[in-house]
Structures are given as C-alpha cells and as structure tokens.
Design a protein around this ligand. Structure first.
Ligand code: HPA
Length: 266
C-alpha cells in the first residue's frame, strides 16, 4: 500500500476529499472533470485491473464545481476472480490518500415494480447475500474497529441532501434496498422472488464490499444505483450485459447532472 500511495501522491495536485466509484456504463461522468490527472490502473503499482466491458480502469483526479475529487472509472468485482481483499484495495488507498466521502454508483436490476429501467435509486441500505465480508481476517485497530457498526451505513444526511437536489432538478429519484449477489451469472427468477420477499428493491454484483471498507475507515457513503433492467422474471425478457451498459449510457445526462449538483453541496 505504501508504494501505491507514494506513487499516487507524486502525481496529484491536491488532496481529494470526495471519491466516486463509477459503475457499469456510467464512465462518461469523468469527462466533466477539469485539470485532470489520469492514472491507468495498470501503471499504478500493485493496483488490481478491471477486466469488464464498460469498466475502463482509470483513476482520474480533477475538479468539478471547484471541488477537487477522485473518480474510479471502472471497479474491480469479486466475480472477476480477485480475492475480496483486492476488490477493496482501491478504497483503502483512497482512504489513506484523504478521501472522507465516497459516492458509490452501480448498475442494478430493479425488483420493486414501481421502478422502471432508466430510474436512479438512492441506496438506503444493503443486504449482503454474497457471504463475502472484506473485513474477515486480522484487524488493524488503527484502520477501524473489529466489529463495525452498520447503523447509518448509507449516510442519512447525504441521502436527504441528494433527494433535495433531485427535487430541485425535477428528477425522479427512487430509494431502496440493494441486495448483493456475487454474480457473474444473473439471478434466477426464484432468487429474484426470494430477494423481493426479503425486502430488496434492487439486485447487483458490486458495491457492498467497497461500502463496508469505506465505513470501516470512517468514510461517509452515498450509494446510487442505475436501474438498467428489471430483475430476472419480473418481466418476460432475458437479461443482457449490452443492455445494462446501454441503459447506463442513456441515463448519463441526468446521472451527471445529479452527481455534479450533489458534489457541489456535500
Ligand atoms: N442483476 C445483477 N446485477 C445487475 C443486474 C441484475 O439484474 N443489472 C445490472 N447489474
């Protein structure tokens, strides 16, 4: 980690206080940054590589609305074959660099029948169905507590601020519970029915490991899902990753507008 942090620190102009992880198809947001420093994951010592289509693999530092932020364009997923520790390595690095607030975004399947593909959803809480917890193993108390309290995991104040901004922009913003499956196969229709019974509004294959580690480090978290499709069996229609990326691109404008305005006030 020291080597990674030293490398990054020699490249950046200022310390970013806000970090953003961009999910599938949401990478376009990064084009709005100015004064950028772009680091390819492959050029950063010890950094894991993203292998998924729609995930570029760049750490981009830059300014938006006069705030210096860092954007992860492309994330690492457990289903790519990485150890869960590698999945969360970038968040540990962002924390050590000085990030205090993390906006985590993803593409997700909608389960709540009030939702439609193209909706944005504020994550109110999650259910970790993948059975993987990145805090398993020895704990360094200087990083965070052994037994992490998950109250207010998705920061209520950030949720309220985001909702207010969406209202001002006249944007519809859904709220709900995100259930994490490991993937990479999509859920079966039976799993989707189970997820709905257990209280989930959306399902996806990311986010939860990063959020747990961010909270462990005391970082405040805001989570936003793009509902790119309805979960398996909700509609009589097969699922396709190309569609997930495509819907991500279609919502790019409203997603960017919302995110930019949120960054301004937090
Ligand atoms: N399930 C899991 N992950 C997803 C989905 C889905 O339906 N859509 C986008 N990511």
């Amino acid at each position: 980690m020291k080597e990674t942090i030293n490398f990054i620190k020699t490249k950046i102009k200022s310390i970013p206080k806000i970090g953003i992880i961009l999910g599938s198809g949401l990478g376009d947001f990064a084009t709005n940054l100015t004064d950028t420093v772009e680091l390819n994951y492959k050029d950063i010592p010890n950094f894991p590589q993203s292998t998924v289509k729609g995930h570029d693999g760049k750490l981009i530092f830059g300014k938006i609305k006069d705030k210096y932020i860092v954007v992860m364009k492309g994330r690492i997923h457990f289903y790519e074959g990485y150890d869960i520790k590698d999945v969360v390595f970038p968040v540990k690095i962002l924390s050590k660099i000085g990030v205090k607030k993390l906006i985590v975004t993803n593409a997700a399947g909608g389960l709540n029948t009030d939702f439609n593909p193209g909706d944005l959803m504020l994550i109110e809480d999650h259910i970790n169905l993948a059975g993987k917890n990145p805090l398993i193993g020895p704990n360094d108390e200087s990083d965070g507590p052994r037994f992490l309290d998950m109250t207010n995991c998705y920061d209520k104040d950030l949720i309220e601020k985001s909702q207010k901004i969406a209202n001002e922009l006249d944007q519809k913003l859904q709220k709900g519970i995100y259930m994490y499956f490991s993937g990479p196969s999509y859920e079966t229709a039976a799993e989707v029915r189970m997820a709905r019974i257990l209280g989930a509004d959306a399902v996806g294959m990311s986010t939860v490991p990063e959020v747990i580690v961010a909270r462990h480090r005391g970082i405040k978290v805001l989570g936003i899902s793009t509902i790119t499709n309805m979960g398996t069996g909700v509609l009589d229609k097969p699922l396709d990753h190309a569609e997930v990326v495509e819907v991500g691109k279609e919502v790019s404008d409203k997603f960017t507008k919302l995110l930019t305005n949120i960054i301004e006030v937090i």
